[in-house]
Design a protein around this ligand. Structure first.
Ligand code: ADP
Ligand code: ZN
Length: 290
């Protein structure tokens, strides 16, 4: 018997087929469809396994999800998926349980089952990518919260009346400590913007360019404040940090650790995520097993 784990992103959708030991036996990648979404999803899943072989389907996705109904209620990058009866359609087609969760929540499940937080029962996982995603694992279970917003740490307000966030509120953490925040700080500096710098270039030029150093120091500052807020709130055994910005971690991880050690009065254990690009798909494979 197999489980299907799916990661829906703005440009591509990854389908993984997992055996009973959770080993990946097949992966299929398709371009994110702009129409005929349900038909495309059903077709791709059907092509992966025979009727009766599949025992559950988990879906990790960007956007805001109504977990109970299994519907993506809003998602800027995947408009064709919004308000589709994804869960009920797939359940009717395949006669197996289908579960949808936020991609950062799924990444947390993956790290807990197979990654750096394996054997850790209480931890928080953060993905520092375009925004900041989060997932909370409490007693080995994902915390969905009352309305499915559990772990949305990127939208905790870190600057009262601060910068406007994509969510419409002001001062959210992800407007100060994400990949997009780094891109914004580059654009606000004409000298760096004219060089068409990318976030990774800031890290590479940390020691030779004062403007780059200032941006990175500001980024690490805000990152550390948010991480410490989470530690003081939940007191987890571990805080796992992943996402696109971690690809430059050789240049900033020590800065984050120094900052955290200098400003925390309680023990904190921060670790880098292990599973990188496939984390959400792997985590999706565990969604119907919990
Ligand atoms: P998404 O958030 O869409 O899932 P990623 O996790 O890949 O995507 O994160 C994308 C963000 O990470 C972008 O803002 C990008 O500028 C930034 N980023 C990508 N690679 C690096 C890198 N090597 N160093 C620092 N930042 C990076
Ligand atoms: Zn926000």
């Amino acid at each position: 018997m197999y489980t299907i784990g799916i990661d829906i992103g703005g440009t591509k959708i990854k389908f993984g087929m997992f055996d009973e030991q959770n080993k990946i036996v097949k992966v299929e990648v398709i371009k994110t469809p702009k129409e005929a979404v349900l038909e495309t999803m059903i077709e791709t899943i059907s092509a992966m396994g025979n009727e009766g072989e599949i025992q559950g389907i988990g879906i990790a996705t960007a956007g805001i999800i109504d977990i109970e109904k299994g519907v993506i209620t809003s998602a800027a990058n995947i408009p064709a998926f919004v308000n589709l009866p994804l869960k009920t359609s797939l359940e009717m087609e395949f006669h197996v349980p289908v579960m949808i969760a936020n991609d950062a929540n799924s990444a947390a499940l993956a790290e807990g089952n197979e990654g750096v937080a394996k054997k850790v029962s209480n931890f928080i996982s953060l993905t520092i990518g375009t925004g900041i995603g989060g997932g909370i694992i409490q007693d080995n279970k994902l915390v969905h919260g009352t309305s499915g917003f559990g772990g949305e740490a990127g939208h905790m307000v870190i600057v009262h009346n601060g910068r406007t966030c994509g969510c419409g509120r002001k001062g959210c953490w992800e407007t100060y400590a994400s990949g997009r925040a780094l891109e914004r700080m580059i654009q606000e500096n004409p000298a760096l913007a004219s060089k068409k710098m990318q976030p990774k270039d800031l890290f590479l030029n940390y020691n030779s360019n004062d403007a780059c150093k200032e941006i990175i120091d500001t980024f690490v500052d805000y990152l550390s404040v948010g991480i410490l807020n989470l530690q003081y709130t939940m007191d987890p055994e571990m805080i796992v940090v992943g996402g696109g910005v971690i690809d430059s971690s050789d240049h900033w991880w020590h800065l984050l650790q120094e900052k955290i050690t200098a400003t925390s009065t309680i023990p904190i254990n921060i670790r880098q995520a292990q599973l990188k690009n496939d984390a959400s798909m792997i985590g999706a494979g565990y969604l119907t097993k919990k």
